[in-house]
Design a binder for this molecule. Structure first.
Ligand SMILES: [Zn+2]
Length: 79
């Protein structure tokens, strides 16, 4: 009788080992789990005057050229 009990306990352990959630197989957690997509990496541009590397959203435009500030735009491209 005791062997039958041990058999069921062993079967329970085996079933638990096979059915438990696998931690390694889980997909990595996102840094923003509540729907907000991560911000896209922003394009970087170079100032035509001083060569500074800065985000394109902060660029001061003069036609096709990009500058880091209005002073450099007014000074014109590097010679
Ligand atoms: Zn500049």
């Amino acid at each position: 009788m005791i062997f039958r009990l041990l058999l069921w306990v062993a079967l329970g352990v085996v079933a638990w080992l096979m059915l438990r959630p696998k931690q390694r197989a889980a997909p990595p957690r996102s840094r923003a789990p509540y729907g907000a997509p991560p911000p896209a990496p922003e394009a970087m541009v170079d100032c035509a005057r001083c060569g500074l590397h800065f985000p394109a959203s902060e660029a001061v435009r003069d036609g096709a050229r990009l500058y880091c500030c209005t002073a450099h735009r007014d000074a014109g491209p590097r010679e």
